[in-house]
Design a protein around this ligand. Sequence first.
Ligand code: ADP
Ligand code: MG
Length: 344
Amino acid sequence: MAEKRTELSELGEFGLIDRISQKFKIEGKSSVKGIGDDAAVIDNGDSYTLIATDMLLEGVHFDLSYMPLAHLGYKAVAVNVSDIAAMNGTPTQITVNIGLSNRFSIEAVDALYEGIRMACDNYKIDLVGGDTTSSASGLVISITAIGIVDKTKVAYRGGANLNDIVCVTGDLGGAYMGLQVLEREKQVFMANPDMQPQLEKYDYIVQRQLKPEARMDMIHELKELNIQPTAMIDISDGLGSELLHIARASEKGLQIYEDKLPVDKQTYDTGYELKIDSTTAAINGGEDYELLFTISQEDFEKVKNHADIHLIGYIHEASKGTKMITKGENIVDITAQGWNHYKN
Ligand code: ADP
Ligand code: MG
């Protein structure tokens, strides 16, 4: 009899992670939180140690024809710092694993590490180890970040309470729109190498794609405002997907308002030019690395006039579902487009 074969696309990335996590129950006394949040949480006695890891593959996560190696190094660190931030923590160390093909020179590796060094300086973290191997299929870079958080301050995805306010930092959809511009310029360049890319008009959104920042500034600010987020996640896959993670982990539903979504003017204008709806980019685009969090109603006064914290909705009962009120006052279901690497 033939062995059963299930395609990866049947489960998708999140289904696959669920399947793995069901097979590994947490046993150790110091393992506080395992699979299922932005970082693992480990009890070190005085405080919690956080561990987050992310792998970037050439051809899947980045294209070296428009991603400078120094930017790639910086981004690979920033995306991990973002996961530590999403636990309300502070990063302290990273380890870096790279797989290199002989296509890369010493100078190329130097450029990659220059970006990593800049990120270490900026986020005040030490590079303390890693591994180097050869790769048959392009550049692989995998970084693990270690961080720390006060035991009473850790923020999980699953802590949202009824009536909590849903907040998002910065603006959304820019990184996705920047990627569309870079892809378009690449096609133009490949058709005619004399054509130089015209990117000045798109400086902000291209920067959002090539050099994202983890919002550690917001973590410090929340502390100064004396706000403890009840739940938090960073926006790597897209607002829609992250809202569903918070709702599911918190066993609640939620409602957001399209007209409250923060979208930068350049994102909006480029969307108009490229015929991409900016709300779709904000919800499904991903890679903005902003923070999505919930706060208690009591904290409303502290954030209501904050320039960089946007109140986009609130938490309600699970039975009411995860909904968006559109600009035309229709109620639509929020779906997780995310990045399903295994589909299409
Ligand atoms: P994020 O987007 O915040 O990086 P992911 O969606 O990548 O989060 O991962 C969600 C959770 O699943 C995390 O706890 C992560 O550590 C865990 N995870 C992802 N892939 C695997 C794997 N192959 N084996 C075990 N755990 C995994
Ligand atoms: Mg995350």
